[in-house]
Design a protein around this ligand. Structure first.
Ligand SMILES: [Zn+2]
Length: 678
């Protein structure tokens, strides 16, 4: 159930929740298409375009009780959930002739939905885990136990997987990363404002309650929770924060196995690597050497009994969503209610759809694309991608601040970007994954084991560019800096992003700007450090790099002054890449629209010109409501700015917006010092 966290070289369009929340029966709600009725005509678009475009939608779409946010993305996502439920329900009818994939997805879903059986088991299905932990004789046994737990999907002590070698991107190497924390980011362990202090107290109380649910008395559980917090705080000391993890130089350290061993002698790495199921290797990316060093002191300073307590916590934590309701509710209470402000648990079927998407996404995705994605969608999207690539090429050539040598390299990189649209060319083969009807927890653990093995099998092999990072029903898009490619799953190629009944202006402002956003990621503060082949290599002249950094610092400061919630501002550095991508994406989408219109001025629709509709197309995808708690959390961990900033801060940099809406030069939506990188 826990999903391997991709390093931030995969840059997505929007924050992707690991099925923490979701909601209501909005399938019956209004269509997600744009309608002029959405506009709040009482607001001057030159004063607050977001309020003009989204105010009415926001008022009419409060956050459902079982969500921490609600936006147009979610409307689309939810439609997808109903489609997937239908697929799963059909597959769950046990009948002869089901395909192997239908058996897996159907029995997985049926087991997850069998609340009675799950309730009866309580936490009994974790007994084998607890016995194995209790039997540990010395800290020397830890690697073996951690292998077992990693294979089941528990995030203990550190993360291990595979990834592209940053300096030789076509080769997959082993990857050892920070891990083993229960809270969302290392900063949660150290911030000393009252809200953060209170959150930590609530976290410790939650850990205590989970131990009590396992049968420990209150005093023992309290002491255990304190041990967990001590160990996690110790590990967090060595971990990098979300902002630092966007810097490729800080997350790439290729070391030999001997160099790794020298960093931390308290842990038997070769025992771990031999047992975990990885092919032999002699060097790997140690993402954060400081974390590995810090791990040694945490290992040394805690007794074996402390480690048993820590492991026991993470076993119950990792599996809580598929245990009986007492565990599900307590887990929800802290991680959704306290942390993100969600009031109610999602209905069971939605949680099960989410888990099935996570564990068997491509088996479901094959059926999903047959039902929803035609050849026409792929063709029209490709045509738009081509138009956007052409516009970015023209944009690069016309940049006043960039020298010819760097321009030449940028164009080489642009020409090398490959496009993946709709669904993968090669589907994941689940034949080695056993799904048993009636074994919800076992299914989840075996799916994690399958996924870890799949990732480990890649070590030492050339990169397979046909692998997708998420299933095709996902409402998102991404650019991968190591592969220099963009991915647009079928899930996002629908209204409000892309509507085959809408005019070009609306579509270029929606999916067009999204395509532009992903292309621009290849040239943001992070992506620009990778070359056409996806290697971490500097293709800039020193002078152009300096000018680039001056321009990106304008973007950093602009968004960094936006108030996310209370006294917390958007982190301009954490969000720099996404904001740069939004600005570049909108600019080249506008250029592409103009060249598609080829000088023709289409008649206004609903009294709105094509130029005006273009900007509405963009605003339309970012209408959203969020709880205060979620805004607070995302300010720390989300590299994307809130929807309002993505709309207003971005278009206030564009003179084209000012022209389209005839704004005065002093209007609020006209940035007096407009930022422009691309
Ligand atoms: Zn992005």
């Amino acid at each position: 159930m826990s999903k391997y966290k991709l390093l931030l070289v995969v840059l997505s369009l929007a924050f992707a929740f690991a099925h923490a929340q979701d909601t209501t029966n909005a399938a019956q709600k209004a269509s997600v298409r744009f309608s002029p009725d959405m506009l709040d005509k009482s607001i001057d678009p030159c004063t607050d375009f977001y309020a003009y475009a989204c105010g009415k939608w926001k008022a009419a779409n409060p956050i459902p009780a079982d969500r921490s946010s609600w936006g147009r993305f979610n409307e689309l996502q939810e439609r997808g959930e109903y489609i997937v439920r239908d697929i799963l329900e059909k597959a769950s009818t046990d009948r002869p002739g089901r395909t192997a994939n239908e058996q897996k997805i159907g029995d997985y879903y049926a087991s997850c939905m069998d609340e009675g059986a799950i309730e009866k088991l309580g936490a009994k299905s974790l007994d084998a885990d607890f016995q194995s932990i209790a039997a540990l004789q010395s800290k020397k046994d830890l690697p073996k136990e951690i292998i077992r737990l990693h294979r089941e999907g528990a995030d203990v002590l550190f993360g291990f997987g595979s990834g592209s070698d940053f300096k030789n991107a076509s080769q997959i190497i082993a990857e050892l990363d920070q891990g083993g924390l229960g809270l969302p980011d290392r900063d949660y362990y150290f911030k000393d404002d009252p809200k953060s202090v209170e959150l930590r107290q609530k976290y410790v109380a939650h850990v205590q309650k989970m131990f009590q649910l396992l049968g420990d008395d209150a005093a023992k559980a309290e002491a255990e929770a304190k041990i967990v917090m001590d160990i996690e705080t110790g590990l967090a000391k060595g971990a990098l924060d979300s902002t630092s993890r966007r810097d490729p130089q800080k997350i790439y350290h290729k070391l030999s196995n001997q160099e790794l061993a020298a960093l931390n002698r308290a842990f038997d790495w070769s025992a771990y690597f031999d047992g975990v199921g990885a092919p032999k290797f002699d060097s790997l990316n140690v993402v954060e050497p400081d974390f590995v060093k810090q791990m040694q002191s945490v290992l040394d300073s805690h007794s074996l009994d402390d480690w048993k307590t820590y492991l026991r916590w993470h076993v119950v934590h990792a599996n809580a969503p598929v245990l009986s309701s007492a565990f599900v509710n307590e887990n929800f209470d802290f991680f959704s209610k306290t942390l993100t402000g969600t009031k109610e648990l999602r209905p069971r079927w939605k949680r099960c759809v989410g888990y099935a998407d996570d564990d068997l996404g491509e088996a479901i995705g094959q059926i999903y694309v047959q039902q929803t994605f035609g050849a026409e969608g792929k063709e029209r999207t490709l045509a738009m991608v081509n138009a956007l690539e052409k516009a970015l090429g023209q944009d690069i050539q016309s940049l006043p601040w960039m020298g010819d040598d760097t321009k030449k390299q940028a164009l080489v990189k642009l020409a090398a970007i490959t496009n993946r649209i709709g669904y993968p060319d090669k589907w994941r083969d689940y034949s080695t994954l056993e799904i048993k009807r009636g074994d919800a927890l076992g299914n989840s653990q075996r799916a994690n084991q399958y996924d870890l093995q799949r990732r480990l099998n890649k070590i030492g092999k050339p990169l397979d560019k046909r692998d997708w990072p998420y299933p095709p029903m996902t409402v998102n898009a991404s650019y991968n800096a190591n592969q220099n490619n963009i991915t647009f799953p079928a899930g996002i190629l629908q209204p409000p992003f892309y509507d085959n009944q809408a005019d070009d202006a609306m579509n270029f402002g929606g999916i067009g700007a999204v395509i532009g956003h992903e292309l621009t990621h290849g040239f943001d503060d992070e992506g620009s450090q990778f070359d056409a082949a996806g290697n971490l290599s500097d293709w800039w002249t020193a002078n152009d790099k300096k000018k680039f950094e001056e321009r990106t610092s304008c973007v950093r400061d602009q968004y960094g002054s936006y108030v996310a919630i209370d006294d917390i501002k958007v982190n301009g550095k954490l969000t720099l890449g996404e904001n740069t991508a939004d600005n570049g994406g909108m600019r080249i989408a506008y250029m592409a629209l103009l060249s598609t219109l080829a000088g023709k001025e289409p008649a206004p629709i609903d009294g709105l010109t094509a130029q005006q509709r273009f900007f509405l197309g963009w605003a339309n995808v970012w209408c959203q409501n969020r709880t205060d708690a979620l805004s607070r959390m995302l300010a720390t961990i989300d590299p994307h700015s809130p929807g309002k900033a993505r709309v207003n801060d971005t278009i206030s940099n564009m003179p084209e917006f000012r022209e389209a809406y005839h704004c005065s030069s002093t209007a609020k939506m006209v940035n007096q010092n407009p930022c422009r990188v691309w």
